[in-house]
Design a protein around this ligand. Structure first.
Ligand SMILES: Nc1ncnc2c1ncn2[C@@H]1O[C@H](COP(=O)(O)OP(=O)(O)O)[C@@H](O)[C@H]1O
Ligand SMILES: [Mg+2]
Length: 357
């Protein structure tokens, strides 16, 4: 996809005012707070944000797998190819999961049954959604799938158990299972976080290749902005259960319009910087039981210093002027356009102690 332009045509997935809460002993956790966004056919949408920002819960809400009764999902709609997933009976939703929408998780050990062979499980994933496929045909297709994700000796590997696979191979097998039924949407939630860096790169190459071959739209969730920059067409930045910025990957990286995004970018390792000059956003993400009033990022934001608006009024997600579809939720985003504005937004970041030591 040409990422410089705004995607046109009908979205594949359209999320409208989605909220998810969990009732816990310490109060109501507002994990996802009124988010709206779209996913277009064939694109890779990166979802980034620190741990606990609501990325996984957003996807679980869409898939209808939020644990009940503690979890409650509400909102206007989640439209997927003309169907509102929020209103679909569980039976219909089960048909969509694993066929039209599939997931790849961080830990494939939890996705696979440890006492069944990998090949058998992929074959079953095929037959569960189409009983007309014979066992023999499902087996042949599984071996083909294992080969397509780069599992060597796929015939022999078919009969092995999950623990006989290395982490990287297991992750490839999970990708094979995820694409077994020709999904329209693949949700990859931190798919490589548990892997060594070199294996990570290999698995991501497989994911990218598979995405290009199948044309399935992909949501890639990670806290790693570097990974997003290599893989995605568009980006959603989440903070404290909300979307705070979104645009194509070039605009978000080249022209961030939210101080939080700038902070994430500053913490990104680059070839031209020494590792010890890495920056980090000071402070911690807020409690989602009692999120800060106004802008949830204000306690950590340098732009908000001395500005009551930031803690009294919640900034809406607004469209910024320009040729691309770029939104931000910051009262003072116009200051981000100047170097001085960016520097002052950054001053909360501990530059000196790390860079000078
Ligand atoms: N089952 C649950 N019960 C209570 N709180 C939960 C549950 N699942 C997630 N949360 C909370 O929801 C918030 C968002 O979590 P999550 O979506 O997993 O974040 P991440 O962006 O790291 O994927 C966190 O505060 C987390 O503790
Ligand atoms: Mg997560």
């Amino acid at each position: 996809m040409d990422s410089q332009t705004t995607p046109t045509g009908e979205p594949l997935l359209s999320v409208r005012n989605l909220s998810t809460t969990f009732s816990t002993e310490t109060g109501l956790v507002q994990a996802v707070r009124n988010v709206s966004w779209e996913l277009y056919p064939g694109e890779i949408l990166g979802v980034v944000g620190e741990s606990g920002s609501g990325k996984s819960v957003t996807m679980a809400s869409i898939m209808g797998v939020v644990p009940k009764p503690a979890g409650k999902v509400s909102g206007d709609s989640v439209m997927f190819e003309g169907r509102d997933l929020l209103k679909l009976p569980p039976r219909e939703m089960r048909k969509i999961r694993g066929r039209e929408i599939t997931m790849i998780f961080q830990d494939p050990m939890t996705a696979f049954n440890p006492v069944k062979t990998i090949g058998h499980q992929i074959a079953e994933a095929i037959r569960v959604h189409d009983r007309r496929v014979s066992r023999k045909a499902a087996r042949a297709r599984s071996i083909e799938l294992l080969a397509s994700v780069g599992v060597p000796s796929p015939e022999a590997r078919y009969s092995q158990f999950p623990h006989e696979y290395s982490g990287g191979m297991r992750q490839r097998a999970m990708i094979a299972m995820a694409i077994a039924n020709g999904p329209k949407l693949i949700i990859a939630d931190e798919p490589t976080t548990a892997l060594d860096v070199t294996i990570q790169a290999q698995v991501l190459d497989v994911l990218k290749l598979i995405q290009a071959e199948t044309g399935a739209a992909t949501i890639l969730i990670t806290h790693d902005l570097g990974l997003i920059s290599e893989m995605s067409d568009r980006v959603l930045v989440m903070y404290a259960g909300k979307v705070v910025e979104s645009s194509d990957v070039f605009s978000v990286f080249g022209n961030p319009q939210h101080p939080y995004t700038l902070g994430l970018l500053a913490s990104l390792p680059r070839i031209d910087t020494r590792l010890d000059s890495l920056l980090s956003i000071p402070g911690q993400p807020p409690s989602l039981t009692s999120p800060p009033p106004g802008c949830a990022f204000h306690p950590r934001c340098e732009l908000s210093r001395g500005r009551s608006e930031c803690w009294t009024a919640e900034p809406p997600l607004v469209q910024i002027a320009g040729p691309t579809d770029h939104t931000t939720a910051c009262h003072f985003f116009t200051e981000m356009d100047t170097e001085a504005g960016r520097v002052s937004a950054m001053l909360g970041v501990d530059v000196r102690s790390k860079a000078e030591s």
